[in-house]
Design a protein around this ligand. Structure first.
Ligand SMILES: CC(C)(COP(=O)(O)OP(=O)(O)OC[C@H]1O[C@@H](n2cnc3c(N)ncnc32)[C@H](O)[C@@H]1OP(=O)(O)O)[C@@H](O)C(=O)NCCC(=O)NCCS
Length: 328
């Protein structure tokens, strides 16, 4: 898109723009009805539009009209769910409530630009996870192209399928922090999909994880704001630092592995002051992890046979090393 979209927050005392919003909403609701939504009862639209307008004000509620060259081409409407909000909510998540581009302006990248704008507004409000219920005709293909995926869950309110997305991670802002009650509880609940389920903590108060004397010394979490990205452990052995870590299950299989490992290494060096060799042990079966380690600069050192955690099965493990200064 070469033209720039102008965004204007709607306020209830801006009667001219409120009338523009009502007119766009009329076309939007008519179209969604044609797509099989439960038809809106006669006379309800005006009341509904009025109640939406009257709710504008809090910083994390965004209803913006979108203009191209002075022409209103649609609107975006989202808020961050907070404890105490009514209805189906996910506290801390950005909820995209309504989203519309007029038909004559479609498939020209306007929706994409408007979505980027809303994602930025959510990020500024501290929400990097978003969800919505997708219109089955025009909504689904658009939201899928924006990186949302179907959860298989339906909203108890409008019965439509819920789609969700976690926005991209800003690795530079992700830091190693001491474990706390809250973060150990969250990590203890992590479950990985098969064949990686052997790494799940299974909600058990794992003795090592719960050993407070190690928190901030040998055990950490990698976090950004309130969001836990990974669990990280380390132990000094002579001149070497042995490490072990796990990325939050929701981030696995999405191409974050090497970045995660690189960040763990740089943060461990910063926090512990260790500038020598870093060693780790990984199941030879876990090629996904091996590839991430190689991308981050780790090299194969030797194979050992050992017992796999929880299952008691004996397996081959690779020992991998990252020599001082070999990180990529
Ligand atoms: C959904 C909507 C906002 C998309 O707006 P848009 O300006 O056409 O979106 P974009 O041009 O930015 O599309 C971005 C990408 O989404 C995908 N996409 C969008 N609409 C699509 C459609 N109808 N079919 C298939 N793919 C679609 C494409 O991959 C597109 O990229 P491309 O054009 O380069 O192939 C618009 O169709 C609309 O307002 N529909 C009616 C209301 C609605 O469904 N709102 C969402 C409620 S959940």
């Amino acid at each position: 898109m070469t033209e720039k979209i102008d965004y204007v927050q709607l306020y209830s005392d801006d009667l001219k723009r409120c009338a523009v919003f009502e007119s766009l909403m009329t076309d939007y609701v008519k179209e969604l009805d044609e797509h099989g939504h439960e038809p809106m009862p006669e006379g309800f639209l005006k009341k509904w539009v009025g109640s939406i307008i009257s709710m504008q004000g809090p910083k994390d509620r965004h209803l913006e009209l979108c203009y191209l060259g002075g022409e209103p081409i649609g609107f975006l409407y989202g808020k961050v769910d907070r404890d105490g909000h009514n209805g189906y909510i996910r506290p801390g998540w950005g909820y995209i409530m309504e989203f519309y581009v007029i038909p004559s302006r479609r498939r020209k990248g306007c929706g994409r630009e408007m979505y980027k704008r809303l994602e930025k507004l959510f990020k500024d409000d501290g929400a990097d996870k978003m969800y919505l219920t997708a219109d089955p005709v025009t909504g689904k293909p658009f939201w899928e192209a924006m990186g949302f995926s179907a959860t298989g869950e339906r909203s108890p309110e409008n019965k439509m399928e819920i789609y969700e997305k976690t926005s991209s991670l800003d690795w530079g802002k992700i830091k190693l922090m001491p474990l706390t009650e809250k973060t150990t509880e969250e990590i203890g609940g992590w479950k990985y999909e098969s064949p990686y389920d052997v790494y799940s903590f299974r909600g058990e108060a794992d003795g090592w994880l719960m050993d407070r004397s190690t928190w901030g010394k040998e055990q950490f979490c990698l976090a950004c704001g309130g969001r836990v990205i990974g669990q990280v452990a380390c132990q000094k052995d002579g001149e070497d630092l042995w490490v072990g870590w796990a990325m939050a299950p929701e981030l696995c299989g999405k191409g974050h592995g090497a970045e995660f490992v690189k960040r763990c290494v740089s943060e461990l060096r910063r926090v512990t002051g260790h500038d020598g060799r870093i060693m780790l042990r990984v199941s030879a079966q876990n090629q996904r992890a091996v590839r991430a380690y190689q991308k981050a600069g780790f090299k194969y050192a030797e194979t050992i046979r050992d017992e796999i955690a929880y299952s008691g099965r004996i397996e081959d493990f690779w020992v991998m090393e990252l020599k001082d200064g070999a990180e990529k």
